[in-house]
Ligand binder design. Sequence first.
Ligand code: ADP
Ligand code: ADP
Ligand code: ZN
Length: 842
Amino acid sequence: LKTPYQQDYAALSAAIEIRGARVHNLQSVDIDIPRDAVTVITGVSGSGKSSLAFDTLYAEGQRQYIDSLSAYARQFLDQIPRPDVDSIDGLAPTLAIDQKAGNSGARSTVATVTEIYDYLRLLFARVGTPHCSNCGSAIAQQSADNIRETLLAMPEKTKLVLMAPMVRGRRGEHREVLETIQKSGLVRARVDGEMYLLEDIPPLAVRKNHSIEAVIDRLVIREGIESRLHDSVDLALRLGEGLMSALVQKPGTDETETIFSTSMACVECGASFEELEPRTFSFNSPYGACPTCDGLGTMGEGENTDMCQSCEGSRLRPEARRVTIGGLSIDRLTAMSLCDAKDWMDQVVQHTSALHAKVADPIVREVTRRLEFLMRVGVTYLTLDRAADSLSGGELQRVRLATSIGSGLVGVCYVLDEPSIGLHPADHNRLIDCIRQLQTQGNTVVIVEHDEATMRHADFLVDIGPGAGKHGGKIISQGTPDEVASDPNSLTGAYLLGTRSVPIPKTRREPKDWLTITDVTTHNLKKVTAEFPLGMLVGISGVSGSGKSSLVNDTLYPALAKKLGLVSVKPGPFKSLRGATKIDKLIPIDQAPIGRSPRSCPATYAGVLDEVRKVFAKTREAKTRGFSTSRFSFNSKEGQCELCKGHGVERISMNFLSDLFVTCTRCGGKRFNRQTLQVRFKGASVADVLEMSIDGAAEFFENVPKIHRQLVSLQDVGLGYVHLGQASTTLSGGEAQRIKLGTELARVSTGKTLYLLDEPTTGLHFSDVERLVGVLQRLVDAGNTVLVIEHNFDLLAACDWIVDLGPEGGDGGGEILAAGTPETVAKTKNNATGKYLAQTLK
Ligand code: ADP
Ligand code: ADP
Ligand code: ZN
């Protein structure tokens, strides 16, 4: 099974040597990670993969990096907890390629994130042709030679007055200007349109907006004038800083004035323009941003968001949009998909003059290289102007991966978090190629991943386990993928070898009632009519960009929400929604954080803390002190630590890094004040309870049925290892999603609920997927409907029904290719999902 790239890790001499890693649950882990190789770290969720890859390796790399960088950062260094590890040797600078939106806000687009926009701005500034706003014609950049030629080409006896504009009149500058003119040996100037001898210029009041022009020369066109003209034009352009004007009186005509510029001037009307520079095209700069919408392209918020009318959503000023190459403006170029943009780039040199082609060539090559990397990571369908905050986490990560490859850095240790998220297996190979390219450029790549194909392509595979939390944190197996597969100790190995697999149900549920949405045209959907059987486990599949989220998240969900009278965003366009009366509750279970402040945690979200507070308030100690339930909330004034206000941490903002959270010095992270902590239940304070893992707490509250049931539901979704008080900001998207799922499981179900899940297998090991399938089946057994957007074929094979979209991403997709049982879909011809499904069902 060895792939052509795979290297023999044992032959690689250099390694990152980690000794005694004890971060979170790691049990004094020693491991050598080969340098200049691709290593995959796997294991059940909560086993300690991220603790090793991100919180140990990457964290220490960052420390060393900050240490080498800035004194400002160093003053906080002793506050950044040094990862609990004896030593890490051979560590290169580390960079993480993750899925978090980070600082890519509304002002970032695919083009800006990838730095392609920087090159496009340069390209348009250097070789773009601006068009005049007065007369629409092209504006040419003139050289001094051009200007001389134009003047010399005038008829004999034409009278010329050459002038250099000196100043646009800042306060008090006129005297200085006049001195400069005098020093140049000149004797005349035009002030506010009137000609004066320098000595006759009236004492100008010191005020703004005088226009002063030095009169450089007065001459008549005739034989032998060339050399005089040569010098005069040079002097004019020098004093005028690239700008000059000429009063022209051709024989028998009136005097006219023409402006010449070595920067920009309209060849028709002579109007001169600001010289183009890259900032002209930046919507994040006042030079380029549409003044109406301030470069956002939209006006208003939420449901009232509309395209900005004055820039038509392009974010740019009219001046910037009037600059073209081969007739195309920068905003029309970025509106293209990546592959169309690449085609255009391939031909752009033909649209430019020979001189320009030379300037354009290196820029075009940089852009093309980056476009190719983006296409290879499988996001061909994205447009360059797509807002970064509208990308899914997986798409964003792949865009970042392509950017890293394009940056051409060497000697870096890249740490990646589940790059396969959101990718159909049909797209995996290209992604794996890209990861390999990052490595062969001279880098070390460490990936936390559950995807089988990625594991099989690794040079070195590390299996952490055996369980989650305190039951994990050990290296179970390491070596080549084959070595791990044949290791009897490794659970991962058993799945790789095929001796263990996620079970496929023997029978499928029969469809009875249907939920039907017709003629959907959201984003790329091609007037799609989709039917979802109710009371079943339904999978929505298809290559990425095919339209799954457009159908389910952007249309079906908001349409249903509206019908049920819930607040919601505007659904995408569709004609009708039928069968909605069979549903009385709609529960989206997404990967959005369960709270954005460190004050929220699993215990608060799942409602466990409310019950725990009641237990504490009932203790004799609480009663004698007169403490009510609110006392045991870190959100209440009476209960919380006065210094950190119940956060447990203090926030330090860093100018150039993300905010730093430092443990509160007063409560030591316990969040509560001393009096509250003195109250104990079975020997534990309320802070001690929050420090328990869900597994630990389930044991501790065995005799408190209400709490116990809530905790068992969280265990059922594989979260036993998570701490009750773990700040929600430290939970992964997958964990947040499973907390929501577990919380729902604990509630009494109506049996007419529709659950919507988007890639719930994110962050899940084979064995976790097995457990998740069990939980979803239980929800359906209770009469509910579960709709799941998924790429994981173990989960898809367990569904009763599949709706498959495709055939490609973007405009090449947006159709329903197949719908039916997994067996039916597996039999459809020329279908990527069918092909992989058939393999899974075998
Ligand atoms: P994996 O990446 O394998 O899913 P993690 O490394 O995220 O697992 O977690 C391993 C253990 O460390 C778990 O018990 C988890 O609850 C705990 N843990 C993870 N992050 C933190 C944190 N920021 N604070 C405390 N415990 C944490
Ligand atoms: P999937 O969920 O199957 O990966 P999506 O529904 O996210 O696919 O995307 C389908 C198409 O719609 C893609 O071409 C994508 O770029 C486009 N699209 C998705 N979301 C947006 C958005 N917010 N704005 C513009 N285009 C979008
Ligand atoms: Zn605008």
